[in-house]
Design a protein around this ligand. Sequence first.
Ligand SMILES: Nc1ncnc2c1ncn2[C@@H]1O[C@H](COP(=O)(O)OP(=O)(O)OP(=O)(O)O)[C@@H](O)[C@H]1O
Ligand SMILES: N[C@@H](CCO)C(=O)O
Length: 320
Amino acid sequence: MKKTRAYAPASIGNVSLGFDVLGAALQPADGSLLGDEVVVEDAAQFQLAVEGEFSTKLPPDPATNIVTHCYYYFVEELAKAGHKTRPVAMTLYKNLPIGSGLGSSASSIVAAFYGLNEHFDRPFDEDTLLLMMGELEGQISGSIHYDNVAPCYLGGMTLMTGQDSPVTVSLPLVENWYWVVCYSGISVSTSAARNILPASVEMKTALTFGRQLGVFVHALHAGNTKLAATVMQDVIAEPYRKSLLPRFDDARDFSMANGALAFGISGSGPTVFAVCDDQSQAQNIADWLSENYIQNEDGFSHVCRIPTQGACQQQVNDKV
Ligand SMILES: Nc1ncnc2c1ncn2[C@@H]1O[C@H](COP(=O)(O)OP(=O)(O)OP(=O)(O)O)[C@@H](O)[C@H]1O
Ligand SMILES: N[C@@H](CCO)C(=O)O
């Protein structure tokens, strides 16, 4: 019987300066994995089992799990495209905390779609799958945005085009940047963190946003990493969202005073990130955040790189 295993990494949405349009995949520098895994196998009827560290934080009914929605959406699209469908049993290893700012639902969605597409011998191309992933992410957060699903699926740092094809383009990666991420342990709902944002922005904010994004993309292509780091500020969401994040200002102050080139909220929080060009400075910041930003036993810190690979067939959990 055919069995397919898919892994999909955590990601940073927005990367401060690209609200809803910029995202980056994450890979801990120590070689450990940070992401959800989905196993797909042929079965007499559809079923979903949920395991893993954060499985108990999800509603117990598998019908409410986004992976179940992914399966039904996938087979519906498969049938529409004239392909034969068949039932599968899926197991989700929920390794990422829910409402963490690490693209937790995106990781489940990407692992599910990637695993299903591999299991059914790749009926859908990259852009079609991405559109499906965005659709499902939109069902959870209340608006379709690709800044977690795209880097999670494709790896690297991705910029959304607003087109159906290509949905996203990849930006050059900075070889010597280390990305510290610290999850505080509390949960922040993405839709709630979107609802606190104003419906419109002032002209000067729009001009700053456009300038920063333009300069950042130019600087990465030009290899001017110092210039790129100077425009990594969030003028859209952080001024409102930081009120949801205890000790955010202390964490920023420590990080910027200790070598960080940039600091911000990962996605809709509560995870924060700091960018460093020195691994020992990154580790020092990760250690401080572990001591001072984490609120409970669910929190953690990692020093990460941005991997060029996103979702892949990989065994993460030796119980699989
Ligand atoms: N497999 C799943 N993974 C994560 N959330 C799920 C999953 N299935 C259902 N959900 C539900 O979707 C909602 C996810 O909320 P939200 O978008 O705020 O979190 P998230 O995607 O985990 O956040 P983030 O992108 O900040 O990590 C929760 O209500 C959760 O119960
Ligand atoms: N761009 C989204 C990411 C959510 O993880 C937001 O900031 O609401």
